[in-house]
Design a protein around this ligand. Structure first.
Ligand SMILES: [Zn+2]
Length: 734
């Protein structure tokens, strides 16, 4: 969305002579809805003797290129007012070039470090990417020029994105006290009212009295509603924005993106194209149009309760895994949350991470694996990530939890709670999918950086430090683990119901757990300390000892690795990422030829949630040769949730194991997957499938597959033999 009406400092009036019009006057006319007069005013400016005035004039007339050239001219003299660069930066920010804009703000600050508006510019460019510095820059701008309303409007916007409603209202009030026409601050007030299900009419009336065509106010409200999961309501407000100002292209684009989130295709295309054709070409508009275009590369699979959109290149492979899992999830959550969804849930799976990223443009949580909009879930395909980085099963259970919780609360739930429950559900599905305590999290626990539960939302959207988002997910998840463990899973559902009735977090905790938020924090932190306190306290020791161990492994000092490994592992057994102790010890055992010990340490790795396909495959081989086919099957089936793509061998080997155990349905699934993986030996893959169908008594399908094998390789003896056998066997109904 377009952020904030152009901000004019009265200081700039100094550039115009006493008789001439100042740019600030023209912008003021625009802000108060006098478009015709503003137009004349800007037009006059374009004929000014000052390049800077001309730049503002062309900007006001939306002649971007001309405005840009005049700014270049105005800023050329060595002694040019540094504010010209700030205004130029604001123009570039408005025209989707935040990186050059930020450079201009920094150049202006190099000349005059006390330029409040330059800091405001930096805050605006940071806000677009949910950058950790946005709030800091805005505060700096407010401190440098205490009379300026805009930094407070921006701080109000950021606070509300973090769902800190008290702060948002306080900052909005400061802005209005400074400038009685602070329209964006009034819009924040309206958004706060709507989020609390109160009427925003009083604020809307004030905005309309100042400028009835100020569509940006409605757009701002829509944006905040979207950030608070109120996607349907956001549509309403973007429409109001367009009604107030039909040429507000940013609102057309925002409407298009929001409608896409709701699973629509035709209207989004129209709205986005309209914005694009009128020169509104920010990343979200351009990329969303590209994404709509790429939908032709997707297959859609529908049944009564699900719509699955899978890329044509991998739909045959993924459908047999994702569709049944989705049905298991629906059945589990329907029982647990005691609701059925109002309509089918749509799940889109993107093999290209960039396409998926487009789906999340303008939403917090960059680098996310999945995202939920109402009844639409978009997620990465395993093929979009590095093997071992990602578990699509865990992501699907996570996102589907959001679908149920958003439905159960009518989209009125704080971010921390729905994220926490979603993380908790991953761990309920499998302890190996539990959110692991990563080094970042341990450091945060050690340094006492966990947030009070009442403020936890602050850690998700505009974090204070880079790893805070990850830490907040962990904290929210473990809060739900703690509640489930101490009060029972049913309490979590009771809390869902409290939120549905618009209770705040302190009220929800008091009502259901009979504790104040402070008491709750104390109990939770004690529980965390009991669980992870030792690991956190020994974190530095662990890191140093691990380095020594890695060095020993690199020099093939396997005795050292095996002697020191167990003690290092005991310091932090949940660590399964790069250079973990399990892997180092497994390599040492392998070098020693101790298969049994190697299998034991890799089993520990598997149970701790380790996901490296290479290590898990190695474990499956060890299990199989130790005469434990069931364990080998279970290990390889774990891999189907991690990286089932581009791995013909996985499906082939798992199919063989299942076939040998007479688990023919599973064998058929895996041999089909091998066939869908573009195998080198296509005839062999068809034949494998034929014999599995035959063993399962599905003669017709067996015959189809064996004929397919012979079509590829007519002289293929085992296939010829099977065909003969099929023709000799009397037909059973199948
Ligand atoms: Zn989530």
């Amino acid at each position: 969305m377009k952020l904030f009406a152009p901000i004019f400092a009265l200081l700039l009036a100094a550039s115009a002579s006493v008789h001439a019009i100042a740019p600030a006057d023209c912008w003021s006319l625009r802000k108060h809805g006098s478009s015709g007069k503003a137009q004349d005013c800007f037009d006059t400016l374009t004929r000014s003797a000052s390049a800077y005035d001309r730049a503002e004039g062309f900007w006001g007339l939306e002649e971007w290129e001309q405005a840009n050239s005049q700014f270049r001219l105005a800023t050329q003299p060595e002694n040019a007012n540094p504010l010209f660069k700030v205004r130029w930066g604001m123009l570039l920010h408005e025209r989707f070039n935040d990186s050059d804009a930020a450079d201009l703000f920094q150049e202006a600050l190099a000349k005059d470090p006390s330029l409040a508006l330059a800091y405001l510019g930096l805050a605006l460019t940071s806000e677009n990417g949910f950058d950790i510095h946005a709030a800091e820059y805005a505060a700096k701008a407010a401190a440098l020029d205490p009379k300026l309303a805009a930094p407070h409007e921006l701080m109000a916007d950021i606070a509300l994105a973090n769902d800190d409603r008290d702060d948002a209202v306080a900052e909005a009030d400061k802005a209005i006290a400074l400038e009685s026409d602070a329209l964006d601050a009034m819009a924040i007030h309206a958004a706060v009212d709507l989020l609390a299900d109160r009427s925003p009419d009083a604020w809307l009336a004030r905005i309309q009295a100042i400028n009835p065509t100020y569509g940006e106010a409605y757009e701002r409200v829509g944006h905040q509603l979207e950030l608070h999961y109120r996607y349907e309501d956001a549509v309403t407000w973007y429409r109001k924005a367009i009604e107030a100002d039909p040429q507000l292209w940013s609102a057309h684009s925002a409407l298009g993106v929001d409608l896409m989130r709701l699973g629509k295709e035709d209207e989004p295309y129209k709205e986005l194209e309209l914005a694009y054709d009128n020169g509104y070409r920010d990343a979200a508009t351009v990329n969303s149009l590209r994404l709509l275009d790429s939908y032709k590369n997707f297959d859609t699979f529908r049944d009564d309760t699900t719509i699955l959109k899978l890329n044509k290149s991998e739909s045959a492979l993924l459908l047999p895994y994702i569709q049944p899992e989705l049905h298991t999830i629906l059945a589990t959550y329907e029982k647990k949350y005691r609701i059925t969804l109002p309509g089918p849930v749509q799940v889109e799976v993107y093999p290209n991470h960039e396409d998926f990223a487009v789906r999340t443009t303008g939403m917090p949580g960059l680098g996310a694996l999945g995202v939920t909009f109402g009844e639409v879930v978009a997620m990465d395909s395993p093929s979009a990530r590095k093997p071992g980085d990602f578990n699509w099963g865990a992501t699907l259970w996570h996102e589907m939890s959001h679908v149920f919780i958003l439905t159960a609360t009518n989209h009125r739930v704080p971010r921390w709670f729905t994220e926490g429950l979603a993380v908790h559900e991953e761990g309920m599905r499998s302890p190996e999918w539990r959110n692991r305590v990563t080094p970042d999290v341990l450091v945060a626990i050690r340094d006492k950086k966990l947030l009070p539960v009442d403020n936890l939302d602050r850690g998700f959207v505009f974090p204070d430090y880079p790893s805070q988002v990850i830490v907040s997910y962990f904290q929210a998840g473990t809060i739900c683990d703690f509640i489930g463990e101490k009060w029972g899973e049913g309490k979590l559902l009771d809390m869902v119901h409290s939120y549905a009735k618009l209770a705040t977090t302190p009220q929800t905790i008091q009502q259901n757990l009979a504790l104040t938020p402070t008491q709750f924090d104390q109990q939770y932190l004690a529980w965390i300390d009991h669980k992870y306190g030792a690991e956190a306290a020994h974190f530095d020791e662990w890191r140093e000892k691990l380095k020594v161990l890695v060095a020993a492994a690199e020099q093939k000092q396997f005795d050292t690795v095996l002697q020191q490994g167990p003690a290092v592992l005991a310091l932090y057994p949940q660590y399964v990422d790069d250079a973990n102790v399990y892997e180092l010890m497994a390599l040492a055992y392998k070098a020693r030829g101790s298969a049994q010990s190697e299998a034991a340490i890799l089993t520990g790795y598997e149970h701790a949630g380790g996901q490296s396909p290479d290590l898990l495959k190695r474990l499956a081989i060890l299990e199989e040769s130790a005469g434990q086919p069931d364990a080998a099957i279970a290990t390889l089936e774990r891999l189907n949730y991690i990286y089932p793509v581009k791995d013909e061998d996985l499906h082939h080997d798992l199919g063989d194991l299942l076939y040998a155990q007479k688990q023919y349905d599973g064998a058929i699934r895996e041999f089909n997957a091998a066939l869908a993986s573009n195998p080198v030996d296509k005839a062999g893959a068809e034949f494998d499938l034929a014999r599995a169908y035959f063993a399962a008594g599905q003669k017709d399908k067996a015959q189809d597959s064996v004929l397919a094998a012979l079509e590829v390789a007519p002289g293929y003896r085992p296939a010829q033999k099977l065909l003969l056998q099929l023709q000799e066997t009397p037909t059973k109904s199948n």
